[in-house]
Design a protein around this ligand. Structure first.
Ligand SMILES: Cc1cc2nc3c(=O)[nH]c(=O)nc-3n(C[C@H](O)[C@H](O)[C@H](O)COP(=O)(O)OP(=O)(O)OC[C@H]3O[C@@H](n4cnc5c(N)ncnc54)[C@H](O)[C@@H]3O)c2cc1C
Length: 492
């Protein structure tokens, strides 16, 4: 039995491990952290669960092309999934605006608020419809296996949508917002930039369409643990607290890994499911690179990082059913990272009782964040903690203004910065989803001249959990072909 060693136990690494076992490889994952999931994680403080990842999980519904992968990985087995038809709720001074994920309902509700903007609202609704179509395109094969016939079929489906993606990916949220005349709707769009993290207008219809996807009960870490359980059931192994220092290479062939503790692990095949920059430039010392890869890493914009304030409240707060992002306009701006913030993005997990002890509630407040700001002050621990304290004070002050019933009931506060994110997952500059615009990058899975080595996960162009899982699956399909094995996807 050939041995595959996988670097990293995030969703892509776990998925690669499961498919490796389904195909009779000896699969070993080495993960530097003591938990599975990578970015798909949460942590506990005094009984409260603070989640950083899942808001929407593509593939929860059986009509999604990704559903099959979650079934194969048994990640949703016996799991209740929450849905909400209004993924965004914007609280403005004097008005509350709901954003529905159903495009027709979205259009009619926004037109009631801003009839003067009917044309632009119809355009938004059309964009959401187009994204529903894009999300339905079946992406079952790895790119390497697409035949001419597949390409033609896909092109037929994609071409009308490509024109649309091209047009709207050139428009920023601010530019789109300028076209709106109703002052409240204009401000609501401005604030939604906070939760898309991306400046492009196209992120808004994308999020609205994907938010038909659900939220699995328990959130991120239990979700990752269910895939870890599948791996173990299949006979795979995950080794925690094992940081990889180098990929071992002999005559341009990957032969194993060197751990930080100095031990060497031999392998027939090595897969890196870790951060792309770390893999190419540190684990392999930049020895295996093409002009294309170099260009991408030198020039492509990264997704922003994240600053998260998590709060445990000794009171039962009400919430919508299912995951909703609440955007609250502030009377007075607060200063975060030296910039004025006029709005708070709040996540209220009260819909899922597993997030807090009975009678209590968990909230998070998040901001897209600049890694370099926090990296600069991190070396001065006192300054770093002082800055975290400032963030905590500013956020709690603003939060008590918009949700006054929490006053005097805050039990726990935890601030995670982009440096925290990088420290726990090794993601380059704390980027939450790798490259900001990965869609047409087509980053190769292998590196030039390096045999028996593959990459998987969000840094080869697939962002989000469903794509990370698909990336692990695709990687094994490619390996099976290379090893002249039939690719098998389920083994109970
Ligand atoms: C704030 C936030 C919100 C998000 N929201 C959503 C959402 O709602 N829906 C969605 O679909 N996606 C969401 N995502 C994106 C999603 O979490 C990621 O795209 C996905 O988890 C990436 O998985 P991965 O396995 O490719 O990478 P990672 O999760 O980064 O896994 C890489 C793993 O490799 C390990 N590793 C790295 N270097 C080494 C080393 N040298 N030795 C050993 N181990 C190593 C790391 O510890 C980590 O466990 C969100 C991400 C963030 C941060």
């Amino acid at each position: 039995m050939k041995k595959i060693v996988i670097i990293g136990g995030g969703i892509a690494g776990l998925s690669a491990g499961c498919y490796a076992k389904m195909n009779d490889f000896d699969a070993h994952i080495y993960e530097m952290h003591n938990l599975p999931g990578g970015l798909c994680t949460s942590w506990k403080r005094r009984g409260y669960t603070f989640d950083i990842c899942i808001q929407w999980l593509m593939g929860t519904s059986p009509d999604s092309p990704y559903h099959k992968i979650w079934q194969e990985l048994e990640s949703l087995k016996n799991k209740y999934v929450y849905y909400n038809e209004k993924p965004w709720k914007v609280f403005l001074k004097g008005q509350v605006i709901d954003f529905y994920n159903d495009p027709d309902r979205l259009a009619s509700s926004l037109k009631e608020i801003a009839p003067e903007d009917s044309k632009i609202i119809d355009e938004l609704s059309e964009c959401v419809k187009k994204f529903y179509q894009i999300n339905q395109i079946s992406l079952t094969k790895p790119n390497e296996f697409l035949t001419l016939f597949d390409m033609i079929k896909m092109m037929k489906e994609f071409i009308p949508l490509m024109k649309f993606v091209k047009k709207y990916s050139k428009i920023s949220i601010d530019k789109f917002t300028d076209l709106i005349t109703n002052p409240n709707l204009k401000r609501a769009f401005k604030y939604m930039k906070l939760s898309t993290s991306i400046e492009d207008f196209i992120a808004i219809p994308f999020i609205l369409s994907t938010r038909k996807s659900g939220f699995p009960k328990g959130g991120s870490l239990p979700f990752a643990k269910s895939i870890e359980q599948r791996l173990v059931q299949l006979g795979g192994e995950i080794h925690y607290g094992k940081k990889i220092k180098k990929v071992l290479v002999v005559n341009n062939k990957a032969t194993g890994i060197l751990l930080e503790d100095g031990s060497e692990i031999e392998a027939d095949i090595v897969i890196s499911a870790a951060d792309g920059y770390h893999t190419i430039f540190q684990l392999l010392d930049g020895q295996y690179m093409s002009k294309k890869i170099k260009h991408i890493y030198n020039t492509e914009l990264l997704a922003p990082s994240l600053l998260q304030v998590s709060i445990g409240i000794n009171s039962e707060l009400s919430s919508e059913k299912g995951f909703v992002e609440y955007l609250y306009e502030l009377e007075n701006p607060i200063v975060i990272e030296g910039k004025n913030k006029k709005c708070l993005l709040i996540r209220n997990y009260s819909f899922d009782p597993s997030f807090a002890p009975q009678g209590k509630s968990t909230l998070t407040v998040t901001f897209p964040s600049d890694y370099s700001y926090w990296e600069k002050i991190y070396s001065d621990k006192e300054k770093y903690h002082q800055e975290k304290n400032n963030v905590e004070k500013g956020v709690l002050f603003a939060l008590e203004k918009v949700i006054p019933e929490i006053r005097g009931k805050i039990e726990v506060v935890d601030v995670a910065t982009p440096v925290t994110l990088n420290r726990y997952t090794n993601n380059w500059n704390g980027a939450i989803t790798g490259f900001a615009r990965p869609y047409f990058l087509n980053i190769p899975r292998t590196l030039p001249k390096l045999k028996k080595f593959y990459m998987t996960g969000q840094w080869i162009g697939n962002t989000g959990l469903a794509d990370a899982a698909k990336s692990g699956r695709d990687c094994l399909e490619v390996i099976c072909k290379k090893e002249k094995k039939e690719f098998i996807t389920t083994k109970l």
